[in-house]
Design a protein around this ligand. Sequence first.
Ligand code: FAD
Length: 424
Amino acid sequence: MEEFAVVIIGAGPAGGQCARRLAQKGVRVLLVEQHSNFSQNNYSSAASPLETMALFDLPPGVVARYWRNLAIAASESEQTWHSDQPQGVVFDFAKLRQFLADAVTEAESQVWLGHRFSSYQQGESGLEVTLSCRDPLGTGSSEKVTVKAQVLIDATGSKRAVINYGQPKVTDNGQYYRGIGTEYLITVDEATHKRFTDTLVFFLGYRWSPQGYSWIFPMDNGQLKVGTAIFAGKHRHLGKLKPIRSYTEAIIKDYLKLEKPQYHLVEIHGSVLDYAVNQGDTYHRGSVLAIGDAVSTVNFLGGEGIRHGMQGANIAVPFVLGYLRGDQQAFGKYEQAMKSHFAEPWQRTEKLSQRVYLEFGDRQIDLGVTYLSYFRYEDVLDLLFHYRFDRIYGGITPLLLKKVAQFSQQCRQWLRNLRRFFPV
Ligand SMILES: Cc1cc2nc3c(=O)[nH]c(=O)nc-3n(C[C@H](O)[C@H](O)[C@H](O)COP(=O)(O)OP(=O)(O)OC[C@H]3O[C@@H](n4cnc5c(N)ncnc54)[C@H](O)[C@@H]3O)c2cc1C
């Protein structure tokens, strides 16, 4: 039986980053992924602020496009903020995960693609982890292989396949918020691509994206990603929703003004995210630890999870090293460290996401987007990517000043009119 210090199941951004870091520190790691290549589950829209590149020392090769501008469109209003400098990236999600996996093999650890986690059990000297290798000889059969590990890490995203192995099904107990995202990758004409090549566009409100949000993100090769995320649950004002694809298709038709064959549909992909209310996930169980979306690192307000999943992986690394050195309390400390990093902003944003996506009326959303026009670009970015809600109150000052100026202008006009009718 082959032996590893750490086996990580799931080569998403969290699993890949954790494996890369541990391998670079000389730990013998096995990174396991059920798909046989990274283009098979290329599901993420993968937009991120620019800081992600430096934070995780990522090369330009994993970027599909850099974005400079940001637009938010609601039913009646639209605001755009411009910059002449890049403010963020849209990753090529397949290349990002391939890069992380390559870094693991370069550091002399192993990556097994096309292997699916089946089960684990406590053996005499560590965990015995059984994987099924799909169709190794192309005969339609699958083969089982068992490896030994001191630590087993669940990086299977919101499936939580390892940490919940042998436990009751997680999504049945009402402790999770669910988001369902579907995205179209389309090839468009040169003029349309040029219009969106440097811009992230988000859509809110009943016209475009009731009970969630939609987006247009630029990709390379004349392509755009157009997608919609819907938040599961009963909306206070809305009835039954249309199929999720119809919102994305309406954006292509009514916003991009494209009808087939003016665009080419390359693929449709998507995924479901189950996010634990109040960070109520299981972070560890014996020698098993969970990272990334398996412990709800995705931010539920904007659905941004790549940067946070990788950040959570970085937080885990010293505690995994501590555990391997014999610190039995290390995983409890990991949970504390994760909660002190994520709990406060995440609990604030999860409450806000429920209000925005399941309670707000369309007029409220429009007013909110109009109100954002009084913000400086850096404040909007701080709000969207750093959840700095104090910026909202800072934005009130220019709004109030503008309202006072408008009111005093109106008063002066009334006085002028009065004088005209009643000259002294
Ligand atoms: C439609 C959509 C758009 C999104 N857009 C953005 C965005 O623009 N920006 C952003 O930052 N985030 C975005 N996200 C969220 C982001 O993609 C996730 O939060 C992030 O990928 C989570 O990383 P992870 O490594 O924890 O899990 P994942 O990326 O889900 O990786 C888990 C991996 O585990 C593998 N796996 C699962 N089960 C098994 C098993 N039994 N055996 C072996 N392998 C297994 C899976 O195949 C997968 O590769 C989006 C999500 C969706 C659904």
